[in-house]
Design a binder for this molecule. Structure first.
Ligand SMILES: [Zn+2]
Length: 291
């Protein structure tokens, strides 16, 4: 195991599996260089230097501003000479784009005791159950925040000119020589397509007409990949969770997302205003989930 010391920035991106530390100015520190070489879970985590940082006490309603001093992208930006105001302006611009697309931006989500759940589960009032309610968050999940954090990092990397031209040139060359960027990434760079698709799959197609050839190509792919029993296979997956403690696997995503996609397309071509596959009222959800 190689463990490198933290150097100039008060944070680093480090592999919790093998100790590899990504270069401080690496624009894409998202995958450990040793991943795939052994049976270790090479999960990259941000490591903070507590001697140089303290927990933010601001009350800015935007968590990406409030907690900016704990983000590697912020440390990188400041070290490279970008001012705190420019960083905040960049985040605010992205927030506006997100709000335009999702109808809401990132804000602090409610956290508190849930009396009903406490009673149903039989806990005492003194202990109780605490719920962090992310359903009002962008995309209705905590996961929107993960992508926003990555987006801010990529924005900063681009703003600092860390490698945008090289990345664009690689993308164009893969596209030219292999037909698609993904094919080139799989063939030349040995990128796991599941990981890549998991990263890029969350695309809003509301503005794409249903007769677009790209839509038909994608749907044909899903239909071709469907197993005889109606399921889809997933040989590899990315485990979200707490590195070194436990990882989550969403067993049914391999089925639910393709099915959701096909259902949404079917609804879209039939013309209803809303394209969602199904919809619950809160009361009905409570009834079904018994919460
Ligand atoms: Zn590693």
């Amino acid at each position: 195991m190689t463990t490198l010391p933290l150097t100039t920035l008060p944070s680093s991106i480090r592999c919790s599996g093998c100790g590899h530390v990504a270069g401080q100015a690496d624009p894409y520190p998202f995958r450990c260089v040793n991943a795939g070489t052994d049976d270790v879970d090479h999960v990259l985590v941000r490591v903070l230097d507590p001697t140089r940082l303290s927990f933010p006490r601001e009350d800015n309603p935007d968590p990406f501003i409030r907690y900016r001093t704990l983000m590697h992208s912020y440390h990188l930006a400041i070290a490279a000479g970008l001012g705190a105001e420019e960083y905040a302006g960049l985040v605010a611009g992205r927030e506006r784009s997100v709000a335009e697309g999702d109808g809401r931006g990132f804000g602090v989500t409610p956290f508190g005791r849930a009396a009903l759940l406490r009673d149903r589960l039989g806990f005492s009032a003194a202990g109780g159950v605490w719920v962090k309610d992310e359903t009002g968050n962008v995309s209705g999940s905590h996961k929107g925040r993960h992508l926003m954090g990555l987006l801010i990092h990529l924005d900063i990397a681009e703003r600092l000119g860390l490698a945008p031209d090289a990345a664009l040139a690689l993308q164009k060359s893969h596209f030219r020589e292999h037909g698609t960027t993904l094919r080139g990434l799989m063939t030349v760079d040995r990128i796991d397509p599941h990981e890549f698709l998991a990263f890029v799959h969350d695309i809003d197609l509301a503005g794409v007409p249903p007769d677009d050839p790209a839509i038909h190509k994608a749907l044909s792919y899903l239909v071709d990949q469907q197993n005889a029993d109606g399921s889809w296979s997933e040989s590899d997956f990315t485990g979200t969770g707490f590195p070194g403690v436990f990882y989550l696997k969403y067993h049914l995503y391999r089925i639910s997302f393709p099915l959701y996609t096909l259902a949404r397309f079917r609804n879209q071509v039939q013309g209803p205003h809303e394209y969602c596959a199904m919809k619950f009222q809160p009361a009905e959800f409570r009834l079904r989930s018994e919460f």
